[in-house]
Design a protein around this ligand. Structure first.
Ligand code: NAP
Ligand code: MG
Length: 401
């Protein structure tokens, strides 16, 4: 069999723990036997990030900017515990956060639906797409430990004009402080990316923050969204879709009663939390895809879940695992399909679609990993191991080639 030629290199970002093991299997069993592709490989495993003082992360983001499409494996965001576990020089920042800010991108997450899994929220019939703002707030926060009584103030020193001071808190005892920020430019490109994606998918756009409490910070986001959606009202009308602003808690309640089929734009932290809520509601975290889109049309595809640490420790003990590889596979297929589209090579796009069909076909035949078994109707008798599932997809794919 001759391999399908991919014109432009694909940027590959390797990762950590269980997903790193899955990543290698996917590449070996589902990609390289069929595709003639040049992979620009960046090892974002935590050890390599530490070894390179994290330069590898920055370099990988620039590679995505250069070549246009990247596929990324899940990575560890080190905390104090990880610093000890991996003997790291320091708790390096989140690679995803860094790549997002270099690309100024917006992350969209969309669940993979299959016929034989009914979402936990019974009203959900269509995907809920989540758009997570990818810059600032908690993820660019500056924190301070207050260990004795004293005043903490916010001081703004404009380049021209008068300094402004605001009392944050007059501490009578120990406590903690955090300063967060966001940028007009970033909020606006987030709003624009969400509008563009909602219009292209022909779904309603929701946006929610807590502007009743945060009358300046959150209200700023609300106003930018209002202005941007207003500016494109004609396009909304033409597409037959609408824009709704709701308070975050109201939106959360509404989402539980809705049939889905809308794009929910969320601030950075809310997007982090609700993407996991929505993913679990639709089935498993292993069934949630994620794509980072930059305003100038660069794409990075990945799974929405983490490195599945608990499974990795089982694997290290020599115990069999049953980790869902679907979202990681869809990271590869998302990248391959986009590469085909941008290069105008339909055979490449069609190959990406074939892998997806093979995956869905396996699940709908009842060939699944353990996480999906309790969600399925009818319930399959057994489940596959991590490698067993990928093997089944590879076997099905071969029959389709
Ligand atoms: P996780 O990897 O998302 O997994 C949490 C739990 O969810 C797992 O223990 C497992 O539940 C279930 N799960 C998630 N993905 C699954 C899959 N593919 N198949 C089957 N079950 C799955 O989160 P974590 O283990 O708490 O975090 C590990 C590391 O991931 C952290 O260091 C964090 O920094 C990192 N992280 C990275 C990304 C990213 O790179 N995009 C995102 C989030 C977190 P059971 O244990 O019940 O089986
Ligand atoms: Mg998360």
């Amino acid at each position: 069999m001759t391999k399908i030629k991919v014109k432009t290199p694909l940027v590959e970002l390797d990762g950590d723990e269980m997903t790193r093991i899955i990543w290698a299997m996917i590449k070996e069993k589902l990609i390289l036997p069929f595709l003639d592709v040049e992979l620009k490989y960046y090892d974002l495993g935590v050890r390599k990030r530490d070894e390179t003082d994290d330069r590898i992360t920055t370099e990988s983001a620039y590679a995505i900017q250069r070549y246009g499409v990247g596929v990324k494996c899940a990575t560890i965001t080190p905390d104090a515990e990880r610093v000890t576990e991996y003997k790291l020089k320091k708790a390096w920042p989140s690679p995803n956060g860094q790549i997002r800010s270099i690309l100024d991108g917006t992350v969209f997450r969309k669940p993979i639906l299959v016929k034989n899994i009914t979402p936990a929220v019974r009203s959900w019939k269509k995907p809920i797409i989540l758009g997570r703002h990818a810059y600032g707030d908690l993820y660019r926060g500056v924190e301070l430990m207050v260990d004795q009584p004293g005043k903490v103030e916010i001081v703004y020193t404009p380049e021209k004009g008068q300094e402004r001071r605001l009392l944050l808190h007059d501490f009578k005892g120990p406590g903690v402080v955090m300063g967060i920020h966001n940028l007009e430019k970033s909020i606006r490109s987030f709003a624009r990316a969400c509008i563009t994606y909602a219009l292209s998918e022909k779904v309603d756009l929701w946006f929610s923050v807590k502007d009743t409490i945060s009358k300046i910070y959150h209200a700023y986001f609300k106003n930018v969204f209002a202005a941007e959606t207003q500016a494109r009202r004609a396009e909304f009308e033409q597409a037959g879709v609408g824009y709704r602003y709701m308070l975050i808690d109201d939106a959360a309640a509404q989402a539980m009663k809705h049939e889905g089929g809308f794009l929910w734009a969320l601030s950075n932290y809310d997007g982090d939390v609700f993407s996991d809520v929505v993913a679990s509601g639709f089935g498993s975290l292993g069934m949630m895809t994620s794509v980072l889109v930059s305003p100038d049309g660069k794409f990075e595809f990945e799974a929405a879940h983490g490195t599945v640490r608990r499974h990795y420790y089982e694997h290290l003990k020599g115990h069999p695992t049953s980790t869902n590889s679907v979202a990681s596979i869809f990271a590869w297929t998302g990248g391959i399909k986009k590469r085909g589209e941008l290069d105008a090579t339909p055979a490449v796009t069609a190959f990406g679609e074939k892998i997806e069909k093979a995956v869905i076909g396996c699940i709908e035949d009842g060939t699944v990993t353990k996480d999906l078994v309790p969600l399925m109707d009818p319930r399959p008798i057994g489940h596959q191991s991590t490698e067993g599932f990928i093997g089944a997809v590879a076997a099905k794919l071969k029959t389709m080639m």
